[in-house]
Design a protein around this ligand. Structure first.
Ligand code: MN
Length: 497
């Protein structure tokens, strides 16, 4: 999960019209804002004050320095005074990283008793930020605009969220997906243009013969397998359910062997996400279940049945939520079956095996059960139910001429009753605004049955990420109604072709 020690630069715009005294104060104020924002402890990484920009040369140099410094994840801009925007054109043209426009002001309240023209000239972001905003819009440059006093907790939280989005934009181009098997036979929605994905997102998606993995898995030592199996037995509840204890352990240890071998393969070859295919397992004795669940928990992306788009998206969400305080988890997920009882509507989420334990609530158990598909040994898997709370389910689809990211706000709940015979980890959620509209909108948008799910990112963060990557996104939440949603899809089809 290691990423760079990222920083965000804070760049204040002004000009030399106001004299040294004014520029000194502009710098002082900016430094103070940066200090106080860092002190909140709410920002995911450090904000760094940069010397005030007063002409084309300093703007161009600073923005190019930001491009060239691998630790800079983005730039926040703010015009304390007026800053004629023609000075910004060349710098902005050359700037390549995420951009945020913090439309703030040093003072919160108008100083009614003392305000004079000197004060107005020094504190005119209401004026200067509009000039700057105009040129960014005219140049068609994507950026986040955040409005409000810098001490407002809502502003701090919006800035923190954007910084995480900037991290997602920067790290996207480091995602590498190893595919063991192509997408599942005849499945449409897991297909996609891998070249276009590399152009748009920077993802490297490579194919391997599963037997390249099998060689490494078979070479894992018995003592390593035993040690990891012991760890499983100490960490998880063992649910024999009538199976022979030795035979059960042998099945579980096969997943330990796969976990060690697969992680070795991914580490040695620098991959951060993986896809499997239950019909193309080569010499593997079991479909990787528990092994994949454990790797997802460690931060790897995963997509089943060859679904590399979801694997990369899971990895992206893992990166964006890494280290987040009180994080509740990220998982690969699949819409499986409905509860359509009025007032209790929801979608049971699961997969054949591969749900990430980071979303688990309470005990995690191991079961060994047959798969109803494929021709391998009964695989061991971790079984649990998911935490309650608000989350987002995302699906990235390839529409032939473009990618569309579908983002659905969902409310995760407990099922009314336990499901003792179901041998997989599950979540149960009601899509916003309700199942009837949410599922209709999802289907109209062409969303997949596979999703990348998390509690720890907001709808807005994923919208901002899609905007920064230059792709279409559509949101399904409490504001969605089908008539408007269909119009949005129609208009987008013109806008994004
Ligand atoms: Mn599936």
């Amino acid at each position: 999960m290691k990423t760079k020690n990222y920083k965000i630069w804070f760049c204040t715009g002004s000009q030399d019209l106001y004299g040294d005294e004014c520029l000194r104060k502009v710098a002082e104020h900016s430094q103070k804002i940066v200090e106080e924002l860092n002190k909140t402890g709410k920002l995911p990484f450090e904000l760094v004050f940069k010397p005030v920009l007063i002409d084309q040369a300093s703007i161009r140099k600073t923005l190019n320095d930001a491009n060239n410094d691998p630790e800079v994840a983005g730039v926040v801009t703010w015009m304390h005074t007026f800053s004629p925007a023609k000075m910004w054109i060349i710098g902005l043209q050359e700037y390549k990283k995420p951009l945020c426009h913090l439309h703030t002001q040093f003072n919160e309240e108008i100083p009614y008793d003392t305000i004079d023209m000197d004060f107005m000239n020094e504190n005119q972001s209401a004026h200067g930020d509009r000039e700057y905003g105009h040129i960014v819009s005219r140049m068609g440059i994507e950026r986040k605009v955040i409005v409000g006093h810098w001490s407002d907790p809502e502003v701090v939280s919006e800035l923190a969220d954007w910084m995480t989005t900037a991290l997602g934009v920067m790290e996207s181009s480091h995602i590498r997906v190893a595919r063991f098997g192509d997408n599942m036979n005849n499945v449409a929605v897991t297909e996609g243009d891998k070249v276009e994905a590399q152009i748009k997102f920077g993802w490297e998606i490579d194919h391997y013969n599963v037997n390249d993995l099998v060689k490494i898995v078979d070479a894992v030592s018995e003592s390593d397998v035993n040690a990891l199996t012991d760890e499983y037995y100490s960490k998880y509840k063992i649910l024999l359910e009538g199976r022979d204890a030795d035979e059960f352990r042998r099945h579980v240890s096969e997943q330990a062997r796969i976990e060690i071998g697969l992680e070795k393969f991914l580490t040695e070859n620098d991959y951060h996400a993986v896809v499997t295919h239950f019909g193309m397992l080569g010499g593997l004795k079991q479909l990787p279940g528990l092994a994949i669940q454990r790797l997802m928990e460690k931060g790897y992306g995963f997509g089943a049945e060859g679904d590399w788009k979801t694997a990369a998206l899971v990895r992206l969400m893992k990166i964006m939520t890494e280290g987040k305080k009180d994080a509740k988890g990220v998982s690969f997920m699949e819409d499986y079956t409905y509860n359509l009882v009025k007032g209790k509507e929801g979608i049971l989420q699961a997969h054949m095996l591969e749900v990430c334990p980071t979303i688990a609530d309470g005990d995690i158990s191991i079961k060994v059960q047959p798969l109803s598909m494929g021709n391998r040994e009964d695989p061991a898997r971790l079984v649990f139910t998911a935490k309650e709370g608000a989350g987002i389910a995302c699906s990235l689809v390839d529409l032939g001429n473009r990618f569309r990211l579908i983002i659905n706000a969902v409310d995760v709940k407990k099922t009314e009753k336990p499901m003792p015979k179901l041998p997989v980890a599950t979540a149960f959620w009601t899509p916003q605004p309700d199942l009837k509209v949410g599922a209709a909108a999802w289907i109209l948008a062409g969303g997949a049955h596979h999703t990348s799910f998390t509690y720890d990112l907001s709808v807005q963060q994923m919208v901002d990420w899609a905007d920064a990557m230059g792709i279409e996104s559509v949101v399904i939440d409490n504001n969605t109604n089908i008539r408007d949603f269909k119009n949005e899809l129609r208009w987008n089809s013109v806008s994004y072709r």
